[in-house]
Design a protein around this ligand. Structure first.
Ligand SMILES: [Zn+2]
Ligand SMILES: [Zn+2]
Ligand SMILES: [Zn+2]
Length: 197
């Protein structure tokens, strides 16, 4: 863990255009928001910058073998600190250093753990022909449409045929997710940062 790689630390691909592959691309390149992952705000907004050289290359890996993109991260390193010391009646600045954790440690600590293919498997990953990833997107779309119907200013819109269809479909999707969860097809899976060479 102490080998310096010849590249800079680049958590979430900040140097290659931002964290667009986060969540397995589930939310597309336009949205890097990941409210469930408890990331620091600057990471969520794709503005992460780190001047440390990378020491380790890792991939987010879940217990079921799903792996994310390669990330070059810094690890423990020495940081220069200055402190004042009284010497012969005057204060002298003394240079020291202290060991601080790097992004490898920080990310591993903060990552609440949520593997996208385990939480929203597509039909191939789920193995039962149901594309939960697509259903999740549909669910979000329905939620947005219902919100618009509710706040459009015409109360009839909410009780219209379209409103009823949307609510029925949303219920169906909810039941499919409940079933997937009870069968263990859908589950929250912690992600670990696993060093790769
Ligand atoms: Zn770093
Ligand atoms: Zn997984
Ligand atoms: Zn899993």
């Amino acid at each position: 863990m102490s080998t310096l790689l010849s590249v800079r630390c680049s958590p979430y691909g900040a140097e290659t255009g931002g964290p667009k592959h986060l969540m397995g691309g589930l939310y597309g390149s336009a949205s890097a928001r990941t409210p469930d992952m408890h990331l620091p705000q600057n990471v969520e907004e794709g503005e992460w910058k780190c001047d440390q050289p990378a020491q380790v290359t890792v991939r987010m890996t879940c217990a079921h073998g799903h792996r994310g993109q390669r990330m070059n991260l810094c690890s423990y390193h020495d940081e220069t600190v200055w402190s004042g010391e009284m010497v012969a009646g005057t204060i002298r600045q003394v240079k020291g250093s202290r060991r601080v954790s790097g992004h490898y440690e920080e990310i591993q600590k903060r990552q609440a753990g949520f593997c996208p293919p385990c939480g929203f498997p597509n039909s191939r990953q789920a193995g039962n022909g149901i594309d939960y990833a697509a259903l999740q997107k549909e669910w979000e779309g329905i939620g947005k449409s219902l919100y618009e119907l509710y706040y459009c200013g015409d109360p009839r819109a909410w009780y219209s045929g379209l409103g009823q269809d949307l609510r029925r479909r949303r219920e169906d999707i909810g039941l499919m997710f409940d079933e997937g969860r009870s069968l263990g097809i859908i589950h929250n899976c912690p992600l670990k940062l696993v060093p790769v060479s």
